[in-house]
Ligand binder design. Structure first.
Ligand code: ZN
Length: 339
């Protein structure tokens, strides 16, 4: 099984982060491990929205991961845990290096190199193929995003070594509520920077259609402007009606874009109330021959793993589960960015 959508900021166990926090002597509000651990457990009854989820947890985890050694240890531990829990065979770990430089104290180069080294060790120790996706941020100025793209190009993979690929792609992440995809100038500039990344050999994935903040219209605009190889979530497709729906289905089909599904996090962020939508949605994707894969997104924060996510989808599919889960695995293998 491959996990192609997993964030460094939401995948590291609290014990590892606590050790890092204490070893580095960071001044925080957390006085003991129990309170720290509790504060890093996302529950649907506490999380108000996707924006709330992103703001509430990532600020803490990104702060702790803001040094080369912390970033390296974090990356290693993500792979180690994913392997132990779900026997993954490949992982594409995404993170925003700009959010780990501790206000300019470290360079992005040092952070990216440290994550690469952590993943090289993990690939070697666990026999898991690894790759890095650098995330841009909707919440960052365009200038900062240009710097992340330039770093991705500088550190792009030159081929795998013992399963470790280095930087294989870029992503857009962050709060959807500001509806930036509706702004032509903003999306135009993002399209230019992502085009540069593509020219340099990097692949593109894009968080869109995760919530009604971007919706089906945001998905259409991103597909037209960026032509991503994959889309993070894209589950707003289920809410499109009539001609908008059939147009979106044919664009996704014609471009061969793979939807990265991450069921548990959608429920925790209250984008959906439960999993009842999942069975009909996956069946529809398969009926229209639209590629999809199953992933964890933030496995530590929402307490899941890849095996669990497959079980959740399987349960909702009932009798169709076997062949459709196999299809998801095949799509992940075909649409992965790493070698
Ligand atoms: Zn995500």
């Amino acid at each position: 099984m491959h996990d192609l959508h997993i964030h460094l900021g939401g995948a590291v166990p609290s014990a590892v982060l606590w050790e890092t926090l204490r070893d580095n002597g960071l001044q925080t509000e957390f006085e003991d491990f129990t309170r720290f651990h509790e504060s890093l457990t996302a529950r649907p009854d506490e999380v108000k929205s996707l924006d709330d989820f992103l703001g509430r947890y990532f600020k803490v985890t990104e702060e702790i991961q803001s040094s080369p050694s912390a970033a390296s240890v974090s990356a290693y531990q993500v792979v180690a845990k994913a392997y132990r829990r779900a026997r993954i065979s490949a992982i594409e770990l995404r993170f925003n290096p700009m959010k780990r430089v501790r206000h300019g104290l470290h360079t992005m180069d040092a952070i990216i190199l440290a994550v690469m080294q952590g993943l090289e060790r993990a690939s070697l120790h666990y026999g898991v193929a690894t790759g890095i996706i650098l995330s841009l941020g909707r919440d960052l100025p365009l200038e900062a995003n240009w710097q992340v793209v330039e770093a991705a190009i500088k550190w792009r993979s030159r081929g795998a070594l013992n399963g470790a690929n280095g930087v294989v792609g870029i992503d857009m992440a962050g709060p959807e509520s500001r509806s930036l995809e509706m702004s032509k100038p903003w999306l135009g500039e993002v399209a230019t920077m992502m085009g540069k990344a593509r020219e340099a050999g990097l692949k593109i994935t894009y968080h869109v259609g995760e919530s009604e903040g971007t919706g089906p219209e945001g998905m259409r605009r991103v597909i037209d402007a960026i032509r991503p190889d994959r889309i993070g979530h894209g589950i707003e497709l289920r809410r499109a009606q009539g001609r908008e729906r059939s147009a979106l289905v044919s664009r996704l089909h014609d471009e061969g874009i793979c939807l990265e599904l991450c069921p548990t996090v959608n429920r925790v962020t209250r984008v959906v109330p439960d999993f009842a939508w999942l069975g009909p949605f996956v069946r529809e994707l398969a009926d229209h021959d639209l590629p999809f894969c199953i992933n964890t997104d933030n496995p530590y924060l929402v307490h899941t793993n890849l095996r669990k996510e497959h079980e959740i989808v399987g349960r909702e599919l009932g009798d169709d589960a076997g062949p459709l889960l196999e299809l998801a695995v095949r799509h992940a293998e075909r649409h992965r960015f790493l070698q």
